[in-house]
Every structure is written in structure tokens, then in C-alpha cells.
Design a protein around this ligand. Structure first.
Ligand code: KG4
Length: 333
């Protein structure tokens, strides 16, 4: 079955066609990042307007690149939560009209479930159950993926998402938005070990995380250096920061795997492209004897193929929606 998939939860408008949940026929991602970079972060109203401008032409392009005509499409999948509400609503409204017009099922897809499903596209042999570390701009979750549509959160951030923390740290280091990738590149220039940064624990919830203290520490360090005219070792701070994030994430994933008995671990979301986190996960999984799946960077960030992949399994599970389907800024996985 060929699924036409839409993703518009933040600042990427993405449309694509995925066959049987595993084969990407097209995946057109139009990023608005350059526009939001002018403001140092995503401006929700601008994001919504840009989605409106782009989505129709991208749909034509996605069908063309997939070699599909409208009658080949068996269902429409769309991100309906979580995300910037205006942005999600654009994709959802458009997807509804396409599904209605084609007379095919409309499949609602949770954005984080989509990120996890990116692994099905990169690794054909992968099937649940497994453990997923979902780390993006808005979410940081350790998820027990019991089955394609049966997921339980084992650990989560209590405040900022890892990606939000990367973006703020990058900003005070003078790097452009979105800062995760530039900070990663800067961090590669240093072995670190210069700055002592906090590693928060959540009392009574060993698998939960907190990144706000780490974010504040980096901001304070940068501001203090500026005030006293001290030269900041930017590469070392970037490296030590990335290490602090990784030191928060990786031991918790290993502990979650031990507790749940899972021996397969997948990473997902934009931050899963980070080189320090990837290397630490690889090392820890080799040591523990777990199988690790790390999707390529293009499948870590927001895209439509991941929505088409998860959409297929939601469809098989009988999850369809009517025209009354709403969008949600926050929604449990
Ligand atoms: O998954 P994603 O594209 O969008 C959301 O669903 O949120 O994630 C975007 C986040 C941004 O915060 C971006 O800075 C971060 O992923 N990111 C990275 C890297 N590449 C992207 N963070 C750390 N290292 C990277 N290499």
C-alpha cells in the first residue's frame, strides 16, 4: 500500500510517499530554518504561514518523484501531535482535504512515533520489541516499543528537551539556529575536559532527566566570560556540553534496557545525529551486548517518510480518523 504522508509540526514542511511502511518512494523536505535563523529560533506564526505556502506544490512534487498518480494512493498519513499547534493544523487540514478528495483513509500519526519509525526505513530487519531513545527539539523520551503501536514511556525530561538545550547553548556560543549541528561540528575540534558542567538527577525517578540546569550553566558561563572579558574556549565548552548531555542520556538508556529486558536499542530524532551521543551509545551497547540502530542523519531530523512508515502500522492496527480529527500541541505517545 502506498501512503501519502505529511509532516508540518515545526519548521519543516515535508511530503512523501512510502510503500508498505518500509520503502521510501519520495520524501520532499522544505526547511524554513534559514528564515527562523533571523530570529534565533522558530517563530510559530511564520512557520504556519510558510507551511501554507509550500504544502500544495510539495504534494505535487512528492507524487511526481514517487512516480505515482492520485489513484495509486491507498491512504493519507499525517502528524496530528505534538508540535506547534498552528503548524500542525496546516498539515492536518491539508491532509484531511486530500484524504476526503481521494476517498481514502486518514491516518493520524504521533510525531514521536514517526521519529521512532524512521528506523524501519533505515533497517529493514528491525521489528519491535525494542527500546527507543527519542531525542528531538521538543521531546526527550526513553520509550519501550512493545509493538508497532504499543509504546510505554520509561523515562522523560522534566523540563527542557535535549534539542532545545543544544539550540540555546549554541546561541550563546554565537552559532546559527538550529544550533545542534554547528555545535556538534565545533565540539569535534576539542577533546574537552575544560569546563565542569552540572549533571542533574531527578529524585526518585532514576530514568527521568533534567536539562534546564545544564542549559543555564552554559548561558551563565558565556555571559560571565563576556562580562569579565575572559576568552572562552568555545570548542571545549561545546565538547563538554555535548558530553554532559550524552552522560545524562546514555546511562539511563542502558539502565532502562536492563530493567525492561530489551536488548535492541534504537535512536531517533534530530539530536540522534549528534556524534558524541552516537559514539557513547555505540561503546555502551558493545559493552552491554545490545544491538544498536542509529539511523542516518537525514532520517533523524523531521521528514515525511517516517510519518508514512508509522502510518502504515497505525493503518494495520485499525487506527483511522474522520474529518473531525483535531491537532494537539501536546499528547502522550
Ligand atoms: O527531530 P528534529 O528535526 O525536530 C523535532 O522534532 O524537534 O530535531 C531538531 C533538533 C534541533 O534542536 C537541532 O538543533 C537538533 O535536533 N540537532 C542536533 C544535531 N542535529 C540536529 N543536536 C545535536 N547534534 C546534532 N548533530
Amino acid at each position: 500500500m502506498k501512503i501519502l504522508a505529511f509532516e508540518s509540526s515545526c519548521d519543516e514542511t515535508a511530503v512523501g510517499v512510502v510503500e508498505d511502511g518500509r520503502r521510501v518512494l519520495s520524501d520532499i523536505v522544505a526547511s524554513q530554518a534559514d528564515l527562523h535563523a533571523l530570529y534565533g529560533g522558530v517563530v510559530p506564526e511564520i512557520a504556519s504561514r510558510k507551511h501554507v505556502e509550500a504544502i500544495s506544490a510539495l504534494t505535487e512534487q512528492a507524487l511526481r518523484e514517487a512516480g505515482c498518480s492520485r489513484k495509486d494512493i491507498g491512504a493519507v498519513a499525517v502528524t496530528y501531535a505534538p508540535g506547534l499547534i498552528g503548524a500542525v493544523l496546516v498539515g492536518l487540514s491539508f491532509a484531511k482535504s486530500v484524504a476526503f478528495g481521494l476517498g481514502v483513509p486518514l491516518i493520524p500519526v504521533h510525531h514521536i512515533r514517526g521519529h521512532i519509525a524512521a528506523n524501519y526505513l533505515a533497517f529493514p530487519e528491525l521489528t519491535p520489541p525494542f527500546l527507543a531513545l527519542a531525542i528531538s527539539g521538543g521531546n526527550t523520551l526513553i520509550v519501550d516499543v512493545r509493538d508497532y503501536t504499543d509504546m510505554v514511556i520509561l523515562g522523560a525530561t522534566r523540563d527542557d528537551a535535549a534539542g532545545e538545550c543544544f539550540d540555546k547553548a549554541a546561541r550563546v556560543l554565537g552559532l546559527p539556529y538550529p544550533g545542534g549541528k554547528p555545535l556538534d561540528d565545533l565540539a569535534r575540534q576539542s577533546a574537552g575536559g575544560v569546563y565542569r558542567l552540572p549533571h542533574a538527577q531527578v529524585d526518585g525517578a532514576p530514568l527521568d532527566m533534567s536539562f534546564s540546569g545544564l542549559k543555564t550553566a552554559v548561558v551563565n558561563l558565556a555571559h560571565h566570560a563576556e562580562q569579565v572579558g575572559e576568552e572562552l574556549d568555545r570548542a571545549a565548552l561545546a565538547r563538554d556540553f555535548a558530553q554532559a548531555v550524552s552522560d545524562t542520556l546514555v546511562p539511563r538508556v542502558m539502565e532502562a534496557a536492563r530493567q525492561s529486558g530489551r536488548d535492541i536499542i534504537c535512536a531517533a530524532g534530530g539530536v540522534a545525529a549528534n556524534s558524541v551521543i552516537r559514539a557513547d551509545l555505540e561503546r555502551a551497547c558493545i559493552e552491554a551486548g545490545y544491538r544498536l540502530y542509529l539511523p542516518p542523519a537525514a532520517l533523524c531530523g523531521d521528514n515525511s517518510a517516517m510519518i508514512g512508515a508509522q502510518g502504515y502500522y497505525e493503518y494495520l492496527a485499525g487506527h483511522q480518523a474522520g474529518m473531525e480529527l483535531n491537532a494537539y500541541a501536546n499528547l502522550d505517545i
